[in-house]
Design a protein around this ligand. Structure first.
Ligand SMILES: [Zn+2]
Length: 91
């Protein structure tokens, strides 16, 4: 089975799972039954969230050119509690 993407002029894009090689160039929309044409897009790229895409790019880049750490990370100062926490009831 493969996932094929279609574009309905009224409802927008939708996916259909079909056996490989059996997807027609157009089919009825799954919502409104109007004719929807098949859309070709690169796999795993068209619907990837930009933040996930950036993380995948960093992951890919780290394979060839990993970020080199030159020292120990600095010690974090303890943060004061948020003022709203002081208004919470105490046990
Ligand atoms: Zn539709």
């Amino acid at each position: 089975m493969a996932i094929y993407e279609y574009l309905c002029p009224a409802c927008g894009p939708f996916d259909v799972r079909l056996p490989i090689g059996t997807a027609p160039l157009s089919r009825g929309c799954s919502t409104c039954e109007r004719g929807a044409r098949r859309v070709f897009s690169p796999p795993n790229i068209s619907r990837t969230h930009p933040a996930l895409s950036a993380a995948l790019d960093r992951d890919e880049q780290s394979r060839e050119a990993p970020t080199v750490v030159s020292g120990m990370p600095g010690r974090r100062r303890p943060q004061p509690p948020h003022p709203a926490l002081a208004r919470l009831p105490r046990p």
